[in-house]
Design a protein around this ligand. Structure first.
Ligand SMILES: C[S@@+](CC[C@H](N)C(=O)[O-])C[C@H]1O[C@@H](n2cnc3c(N)ncnc32)[C@H](O)[C@@H]1O
Length: 461
């Protein structure tokens, strides 16, 4: 697993030996000092967990119990670091599309500074060199193992943004402050590693409903202890934010000896692999999805046209859907285990693409896009029901044909590279011979194939 190497070996029990050179004990002492409180029914361990450090229950934990709490003063981000004044002063020049630069400058300084207040916390971090997100795989491996999953494209975008952010924002800022940062030490490579680390270890405070309109940027931050918990979709705890502190609260009963699992969000396996470097083994991820690129729906629609006039009409319809931002060049329709998740987009796309020419003319004249925007809850519910797996076989033949063709195009794009079939997944010997990367890729691809094959079956002409 990504976080295995370089961490010193420690016994499972956090109260075992108390040696001052033991990073876990140092960290736990630091936690006490900064006001972090941990229930005596839970402890950190590397044994009995799914990946490196994790938290285990040493007593039965009831639903709704606070397992630990962290005062806001112990969070690490741009407003709590020693270099906060410099970051505050240069705030405008550190703005970026990702909104992550200030936190990354904070981490570059704290991570390489022997005097960091967060030292005992930082010493528990994994060696950044062993992070194994797909962004560190070779391009050839990404294409061979992950083609069709959406990950290679997401990684290409990340790498472009990281390079640009580093050269346009970070490096000029470093050069302005040679007393704090050094381009020889705070390199692009370190920056990239820290981006991957922030992806996998940071937290973002959920916006309150009343703040949603204010467009206040919502920055990631580092939350000691909370970031030691592993994730599964069937999680047993979650992080709650209050004005003074953050609390890890159990969401169901956790029995003695069980690992306490946090949730990183409702994450499909491809998102887990992209952001965290792992995937849940099939079929345990109830949040798993498969994406059908919108361009594949267009391709399937083109394939179904039977004359030049039909093709021209389709182009006009698609352009209009693009203008309405119902579809986009890089967008995707998302399918979960019970049906489509991007209901409004898919419903309206199928409706418009399959409309006869006269109806389309009328729809345009009635400014169909306004109609779409004004859709009420009832309508939304109707669409959701119409596109659920149960209703799929009853769809109009044109809609079914379009969905069928789109799923087929998507499955075709998976060809080549790693086999993603049940035999490989269930054959212990063959599975054991795969590398960690191949296993993760297999879990992602197989889960997606199941969803797409189901869609093919349900839309069988
Ligand atoms: C927030 S950290 C959790 C602490 C981590 N186990 C450690 O020791 O540093 C997130 C990382 O833990 C690992 N992880 C979390 N949940 C996992 C799971 N269910 N299976 C495998 N690895 C997992 C992944 O490497 C992920 O990037």
């Amino acid at each position: 697993m990504a976080s295995e190497a370089k961490r010193p070996k420690v016994d499972g029990d956090s109260t075992s030996d108390g040696l001052s050179e033991d990073p876990l004990q140092n960290f736990l002492r630091w936690c006490k000092k900064v006001g972090l409180t941990l229930s005596n029914k839970a402890y950190l361990s590397k044994e009995g967990t799914v990946a490196a450090y994790g938290m285990l229950a040493s007593g039965d934990i009831e639903e709704g119990e606070v397992i630990f709490s962290i005062p806001r003063t112990a969070l690490l981000f741009q407003s709590t670091t020693k270099v906060k004044a410099v970051l505050e002063e240069g705030k405008a020049s550190l703005e970026s599309a990702s909104g992550w630069v200030s936190l990354l400058m904070t981490l570059m300084w704290e991570y390489t500074s022997p005097e960091s207040y967060w030292g005992p916390y930082l010493s528990l971090w994994p060696d950044l060199k062993v992070l194994d997100h797909p962004m560190f795989w070779s391009e050839e491996e990404r294409v061979r193992l992950l083609q069709g999953t959406g990950i290679p494209e997401a990684v290409d975008t990340d790498l472009d943004n990281i390079h640009k952010e580093y050269s346009d924002i970070v490096l000029p800022f470093i050069r302005l402050h040679p007393d704090l940062w050094d381009p020889e030490k705070h390199t692009l490579e370190l920056y990239k590693r820290l981006v991957a680390f922030v992806m996998a270890y940071s937290f973002q405070e959920p916006l309150l409903e009343e703040d949603e309109d204010e467009k206040e940027p919502n920055f990631p931050m580092m939350v000691p202890l909370a970031d030691m918990l592993n994730h599964v979709s069937n999680h047993s705890a979650h992080l709650e934010f209050t004005p003074d502190l953050l609390k890890m609260v159990s969401v169901r009963r956790i029995k003695t000896g069980e690992e306490v699992f946090n949730t990183y969000g409702e994450m499909a396996n491809w998102q887990l692999l992209h952001m965290y470097g792992f995937a849940e083994p099939y079929p345990s991820n109830s949040n798993d999805t498969a994406d059908i690129p919108m361009s594949n729906v267009y391709k399937a629609a083109v394939q179904a046209t039977q004359s030049k006039a039909e093709h021209r009409l389709l182009v006009e319809k698609w352009n209009l859907l693009c203008q309405m931002e119902m579809v986009g060049e890089t967008g995707a329709f998302i399918f979960g285990q019970a049906g489509v998740l991007t209901v409004t987009e898919l419903y309206n796309t199928l409706k418009v693409v399959c409309m006869p020419a006269e109806e389309f003319e009328e729809w345009k004249e009635n400014e169909g896009w306004e109609e779409v925007e004004e859709e009420d809850d009832d309508e939304e519910e109707k669409m959701t029901r119409a596109l659920s797996n149960e209703a799929m076989p009853q769809l109009a033949p044109g809609w079914k044909q379009l969905l069928h063709g789109s799923a087929r195009f998507t499955l075709d794009s998976y060809r080549g590279g790693l086999r993603a079939d049940k035999d490989l997944l269930e054959n212990r010997e063959a599975y054991a011979q795969l590398s960690g990367r191949e296993r993760h890729a297999l879990q992602v691809r197989y889960g997606q194939k199941v969803v797409l094959n189901k869609l093919l079956e349900l839309t069988q002409p």
